[in-house]
Design a protein around this ligand. Sequence first.
Ligand SMILES: C=C(O[C@@H]1C=C(C(=O)O)C=C[C@H]1O)C(=O)O
Length: 247
Amino acid sequence: MNKIRISAVSYTNTKPFLYGLQDSAIMDKIELSLDMPSDCAQKLIDDKADIGLIPVAATLSLPHWEIVSNYCIGTLGAVNSVFIFSNCDIKDVKTVQLDPQSRSSNNLAKVLMKNFWQVQPELIVGAEDYSTSTDPNTAFVQIGDRTFGKAEAYPFVYDLSAEWLKFTGLPFVFAAWIANKPIPADFMQEFDNALRHGLAHRHELLKELPQRADFDLEDYLMHKLDFDLTEEKKKALYLFLDYIKAL
Ligand SMILES: C=C(O[C@@H]1C=C(C(=O)O)C=C[C@H]1O)C(=O)O
């Protein structure tokens, strides 16, 4: 059998999953690559991967997609790694630079700006001064490890899944394990078992990760992230897709 090609996110949020996969015999059956989320999505769209931990917003660009795991990159509220960083209140922001590595959070920012904050700043994709603009009314979306330690550095900081909870009362799913073609059921079962094994060994993983003075990795991996793809999270996922379609 050909190996199943899997693209996973190269951020710390995915390390519990990698720990589980690398500690399982499933490694012999897969070809694993680590990519930034926007590239995970593109690989699935271009059929360069069979399964990806892809931004859920990117499912809208797939002719066929199916969820192949009971786990995800999700949260019950604040996630502490997906933000709009700003020098002014969101109501006064004139320009928002989007994160080139993101698909879900850029869309989450758009959904919240339109429906929750009811503001209409100009959106910039691929800004040359991304994340470094000194303009007082320019803000930026940022995700992943690049945000660690930055929450203290800006006067206005919006944790986007915390804002989504205020808006909808729901948890949030940033990325899920999605296939672009049918995957054998026995493989899916073995895959899920490996992911569960990784999640159950987060304390061992934390001992291996370099600690940071400016970011609480244990709180992040044990509490802020919530990896179970529950019915409530699926409800949030489909609601989010509806909001994106209406943008
Ligand atoms: C919580 C996060 O979730 C992510 C956000 C994504 C996005 O915005 O497209 C995609 C994958 C996840 O890595 C994060 O990256 O910090």
